[in-house]
Design a protein around this ligand. Structure first.
Ligand SMILES: Cc1cc2nc3c(=O)[nH]c(=O)nc-3n(C[C@H](O)[C@H](O)[C@H](O)COP(=O)(O)OP(=O)(O)OC[C@H]3O[C@@H](n4cnc5c(N)ncnc54)[C@H](O)[C@@H]3O)c2cc1C
Length: 357
């Protein structure tokens, strides 16, 4: 039997796979389950025993299950097992079968490096965002531009000195054990200069090790960062952009716009707490519209969805980038998809964090 947290995760996993990983589901249906001529696959349900799938083949729907080797207790076990099924399916697929989105993401992580860098200075951006500039140790960090993001591995002792050869694998090994002194989360490079990066940390009302660290660190504190990767990938010829972001994703949006060589129409809908958390920014095209949550907690604001529901826009050459709280962003993706009938490559929606209460 799954616990409450896993049950909530399962809901998001089903949603996410059905919405954005249809290519991986089709690969699994075809070469793990051995169904011929698959047109579309969807996950209907995930229990602690199996994944139930609906598979559309020409003229009919068929139903299949992927049995787990034992009764699973957590959603993490389901995720790992699905990746194993995908790897098995890949072994049996013809050589020219296109790579799925999940496989491309996994490949991108294989050759990433870990960098040890130091805090140079801190600056207040708004009532709940603090900018930290990191310097040194970044000479070979590639500048991917767009919404490049890194995995920040912090130590609970802010004066900790990292071993010179500390790498992501060390964190993974420690993370599998009890009493790991390190914590980690993804953050976006807001701006990139020589051997220096600026990062905006959202200070939130839950006890979170990264937000807490960002508040407490001082000059010369060290951090290990692993990456970079990006998700902002508009199709060629895009000249119409819609960005939807809470505070955590606003750095990604601003960096993507500033780094983009595309000329076109940019429209940003930024959700924030209130006027005090709205920051000053160089918005020459007047393309930012601010939506306040006011008394609603982060991730549960109702004003943003209301605004998206009444949105009017042209969809020619449109690319939508949305990121923020996982459930909130998933419901916004559904509203937009239904309202504007958008194609998969016109949208990139990512849950940047998940509300746990
Ligand atoms: C690709 C990517 C890029 C990101 N870029 C940025 C960025 O540039 N700046 C940034 O601030 N965040 C960014 N995030 C989000 C950040 O990784 C998460 O908010 C992370 O969970 C924060 O870690 P934590 O240790 O503070 O909290 P956690 O230990 O992860 O969570 C502890 C508690 O805090 C809650 N919580 C976590 N984040 C928030 C929040 N923002 N508001 C309210 N409650 C929260 C959780 O629900 C939980 O209850 C990014 C995420 C991704 C995937």
């Amino acid at each position: 039997m799954f616990d409450k947290k896993s049950l909530e995760n399962i809901e998001l996993i089903i949603d996410n796979h059905n919405e954005v990983n249809g290519d991986a589901l089709n690969l699994v249906s075809s070469y793990y389950l051995g169904v011929a001529d698959v047109l579309e696959s969807r996950i209907m349900d995930i229990s602690d025993e199996e994944i139930s799938m609906m598979i559309q083949v020409s003229g009919k729907k068929i139903y299949r299950t992927i049995k787990f080797p034992n009764t699973f207790k957590s959603s993490d076990e389901v995720v790992t097992f699905f990746y194993l099924c995908l790897a098995e399916a890949r072994k049996k697929a013809p050589e020219n079968y296109p790579k799925t989105r999940i496989e491309i993401q996994i490949e991108k992580t294989l050759n990433l490096d870990t960098y040890i860098t130091k805090v140079k200075k801190k600056r207040i951006i708004s009532s709940n965002i603090i900018e930290i500039t990191f310097y040194g140790g970044l000479e070979s960090l590639p500048d991917l531009k767009n919404d490049a993001f890194m995995y920040f591995i912090i130590h609970k002792n802010i004066d900790h000195k990292y071993p010179e050869n500390f790498v992501m694998q060390d964190f993974r090994e420690l993370n599998a054990k009890k009493d790991n002194p390190y914590s980690a989360a993804y953050y976006t490079i807001r701006s990139f200069k020589d051997n220096e990066i600026d990062v905006w940390f959202v200070l939130h009302d839950h006890p979170g090790p990264l937000a807490d660290w960002a508040e407490k660190v001082t000059e010369e504190s060290e951090v290990a960062i692993w990456g970079p990767r990006t998700t902002f990938t508009p199709p060629e010829g895009t000249d119409n952009f819609l960005f939807i972001a809470d505070e955590t994703a606003q750095p990604a949006v601003l960096a993507s716009i500033e780094n983009s060589e595309n000329k076109g129409i940019y429209r940003c809908i930024f959700e924030t707490q209130d006027k005090s958390s709205q920051f000053e920014c160089h918005d020459t095209n007047n393309c930012i519209e601010w939506i306040y949550r006011n008394n609603d907690p982060a991730g549960k604001g109702s004003e943003l969805s209301k605004r998206i529901e009444e949105l009017e826009m042209k969809t020619d050459n449109l690319y939508v980038f949305g990121a923020g709280e996982a459930r909130q962003i998933s419901s916004i993706r559904k509203i937009l998809k239904q309202k504007f009938n958008l194609k998969a490559d016109q949208m990139s929606f990512t849950g940047y964090w998940k509300r746990t209460d």
